[in-house]
Design a protein. Structure first.
Length: 247
């Protein structure tokens, strides 16, 4: 029952982000719609989200939607988030992802035992800027910590912030988790400690924690805290000329 509820809540989130009427239909293949204002992907990109055994796709124009729909008719929902498979049937110019989507209900939460010393500070709390700078632009941007709306949960070693986590409030009462660990302190369960504090805060607020991860270490932390992998998100930028598939 809990798994079904997580699935329903996760789908409700992505349906709202699609920005136009669409449904997850397990028995009818992927649903492809033209949605220029979709938040499944960057503007002018095509967004694919699979939750459970169904997928939705938003395209930036009617022409792009028709092109994707034509290709999607021959693909399973797993193939829709397979970059190599998409490149074979669509004019893919650029890709973001795929990223795995994890969700967590209160009954499934496995709090970390390494949480002693985690501080809770207001957004922008002291030391976060230094951690972001130390981690480099790519890792800092991937973490999403600059965009959180929750308090920030930190671990220090002396005066240095070595790990931080928080979440950003998304539609449908979803808390999108962000975690970052200093490069020289990774592999010490620090991510689990600060993320556990952020997850507990989100659950106490009645929110649904969401963890979106590409690298395996990040996915491993999510699983350690009790998150369930329910789907995949992928964004692609398409060209105008359809791929010749030998028809």
């Amino acid at each position: 029952m809990a798994d079904d509820l997580l699935l329903v809540r996760a789908r409700e989130l992505w349906l709202e982000l699609a920005g136009t009427p669409v449904e997850f239909c397990p028995s009818a293949g992927a649903k492809v719609v033209a949605a220029p204002g979709s938040r499944l992907c960057p503007p002018s990109w095509t967004g694919v989200v699979r939750i459970g055994d169904a997928a939705i796709v938003t395209a930036p124009s009617v022409r792009a939607a028709e092109m994707v729909d034509d290709a999607a008719r021959e693909m399973s929902h797993e193939e829709l988030v397979d970059v190599a498979r998409l490149r074979a049937v669509l004019p893919v110019l650029d890709v973001l992802g795929p990223a795995s989507l994890f969700y967590l209900g209160r009954d499934g939460f496995l709090p970390a035992h390494e949480g002693a010393g985690v501080e809770q500070l207001p957004v922008g709390g002291g030391g976060l800027a230094a951690l972001l700078a130390l981690s480099g632009e790519e890792a800092a941007g991937e973490s999403g910590l600059e965009d959180i709306s929750s308090p920030v949960f930190m671990l220090r070693r002396g005066d240095e912030v070595v790990a931080a986590a928080g979440y950003r409030s998304w539609p449908r009462s979803v808390a999108h988790l962000s975690v970052l660990v200093a490069p020289h302190c990774r592999g010490r369960h620090l991510a689990r400690a600060v993320a556990s504090a952020a997850v507990a805060h989100a659950l106490d607020a009645g929110l649904l924690p969401q963890w979106r991860a590409r690298p395996y270490p990040s996915q491993r932390v999510a699983v350690a805290l009790g998150f369930q992998e329910l789907g995949t998100q992928l964004s692609v930028r398409l060209g105008d000329t359809p791929v010749d598939r030998g028809r």
